[in-house]
Design a binder for this molecule. Structure first.
Ligand code: NAI
Ligand code: MG
Length: 348
C-alpha cells in the first residue's frame, strides 16, 4: 500500500478526536508529535457522538471519504450509542476498509508490575471467524431461544493473508519466532484451515523466522506462567480478541495498550481503551496508549527513527522524570505528561 504525500513531503492523515477523553488525549498526542517533528498533515474529521451531533451519523460520509483518500488515520475512542439502531463504528470501519489485521503489541513500560520485561506482539485476524456472526435461534415449544446456532467462517486465503502479515511484521521488527494459535484438535474445519494455511506459509520463512504452534487454552496458561517464551503470536478473530486483552493485562492494563488496524485500503491507529466517560473532561487521562498507537503509525509509514525517538521519550518521562498520570500511580495531568514529553523531545 503506498501512502499519498502532498507536495510539501508531508503525509496527509485523517485525525478523529472522538468522544469522552478522546479530544484531550488527541490534543496531547498532537503536541508531542509536533515536538517530534512528525511530518503529518492532519485532516480533522468527526466521528462518534460528535458525528451524530454534526450530521446524525457516528461515521459521517466526509470522514470515510477522508480515510479513503489518505489511507491513514489516527483515531480517538468513539462512543457507540446504546440503542438507536447504530452499528458499531469500529465494525463498520473494519468492513469498509477491509482492515484484516489487528496488531496489538504489549511492552512493559514501568518496572514493578507483576511481570517485568514483557515484549510481545499479537496479530489478530480481524474480519473472519466467529465474528461474522451468522447466528440464529431455533424455537422449541414456547421458548423462542431454545437453541442458539452460530457459524464461523475462516477462509484459506484469509488465513494465509493474516499469517503472512505476521511473518512479514516479524521480519520487519527483527523478531525471531511466530506462534500459530488454534483449536484445530476440536474445531477441525474452522481452525484447522487456519493451522494448515499457517504451516504452509511458515515454510516460506524457514531459516529466517522460527514457527511453532499452540492450542489456545494451553497458550493462555503458558502466557501467564512464562510469557517470555513467546515473541509474535498470530491467531483467529475470537482467540485474538481474548489473548490480546490477556497480554495487555501482563503489562498493566489498558492505559498503555495501542492497537493498529491494517487493511488493503487503509490503516487506522488507535488506543485499545474506550472513551472513559468517568474521567472525561477532567484533564487526567493517560495519553500513552494513543501515543504508542501514533508510534505504530510512524513505523507503518517507514518513519522508524521518529517512532524509536517517541518510545524512548515515553520511557524517559515515565522512568527517569517520573512524570506519570493517576492510572500509573502518579499525579500528573494529561497536559503535564505531554509537556514533559515535549521537553524531552526538544532538549538537545
Ligand atoms: P473504557 O476503556 O473507556 O474505560 C474503562 C476504565 O479504564 C475506566 O475506568 C476509564 O476511566 C479507564 N481508562 C480508559 N482509558 C484511560 C486512559 N487513557 N487514562 C486513564 N484511565 C483510562 O471502557 P468502557 O467504559 O467500557 O467504554 C466507554 C465507551 O467507550 C463505550 O461507549 C464503548 O463503546 C467505547 N469504546 C470505544 C472503543 C474504541 O473506539 N476503539 C474501544 C472500547 C470502548
Ligand atoms: Mg476485545
Amino acid at each position: 500500500m503506498s501512502i499519498p504525500t502532498h507536495g510539501s513531503n508531508k503525509i496527509p492523515a485523517t485525525l478523529i478526536p472522538g468522544d469522552g477523553i478522546g479530544p484531550e488525549i488527541v490534543d496531547a498526542v498532537i503536541k508531542v508529535l509536533d515536538a517530534l517533528g512528525a511530518p503529518f498533515d492532519w485532516e480533522l474529521q468527526q466521528g462518534g457522538m460528535a458525528g451524530i451531533a454534526a450530521g446524525g451519523d457516528p461515521l459521517p460520509a466526509a470522514t470515510l471519504e477522508s480515510i479513503r483518500r489518505n489511507k491513514l488515520a489516527l483515531k480517538g475512542p468513539l462512543t457507540t450509542p446504546v440503542g438507536g439502531g447504530f452499528r458499531s463504528v469500529n465494525v463498520r470501519l473494519r468492513e469498509e476498509f477491509q482492515l484484516y489485521a489487528n496488531l496489538r503489541p504489549a511492552h512493559s513500560l514501568v518496572p514493578g508490575g507483576r511481570y517485568e520485561d514483557i515484549d510481545l506482539i499479537l496479530v489478530r485476524e480481524n474480519l473472519e471467524g466467529l465474528y461474522v456472526a451468522f447466528e440464529h435461534y431455533i424455537p422449541i415449544g414456547d421458548d423462542p431461544h431454545a437453541v442458539a446456532i452460530s457459524s464461523g467462517v475462516n477462509t484459506r486465503d484469509g488465513s494465509r493473508r493474516i499469517v503472512r502479515y505476521a511473518f512479514e511484521h516479524a521480519l520487519k521488527m527483527g523478531r525471531k519466532k511466530v506462534t500459530l494459535v488454534h483449536k484445530a484438535n476440536v474445531l477441525k474445519a474452522l481452525t484447522g484451515v487456519f493451522l494448515e494455511a499457517g504451516q504452509e506459509i511458515a515454510k516460506e520463512y524457514a531459516g529466517r523466522i522460527a514457527c511453532d504452534e499452540r492450542i489456545v487454552d494451553a497458550c493462555a496458561m503458558q502466557l501467564v506462567l512464562n510469557p517470555w517464551q513467546f515473541d509474535v503470536i498470530v491467531t483467529t478473530n475470537l482467540f485474538g480478541d481474548i489473548l490480546s486483552d490477556l497480554i495487555a493485562g501482563l503489562v498493566g492494563g489498558l492505559g498503555a495498550a495501542p492497537g493498529a488496524n491494517i487493511g488493503l485500503n487503509a490503516a487506522i491507529f488507535e488506543a485499545v481503551h474506550g472513551s472513559a466517560p468517568d474521567i472525561a473532561g477532567k484533564g487526567i487521562a493517560n495519553p500513552t496508549a494513543l501515543l504508542l498507537a501514533a508510534g505504530l503509525m510512524l513505523d507503518h509509514v517507514g518513519l522508524t527513527d521518529h517512532a524509536r525517538q517517541l518510545r524512548k521519550a515515553i520511557d524517559q518521562v515515565l522512568n527517569q522524570d517520573k512524570v506519570r498520570t493517576g492510572d500509573l500511580g502518579g499525579k500528573a495531568s494529561t497536559n503535564d505528561f505531554a509537556m514533559a514529553l515535549v521537553q524531552r523531545l526538544t532538549a538537545g
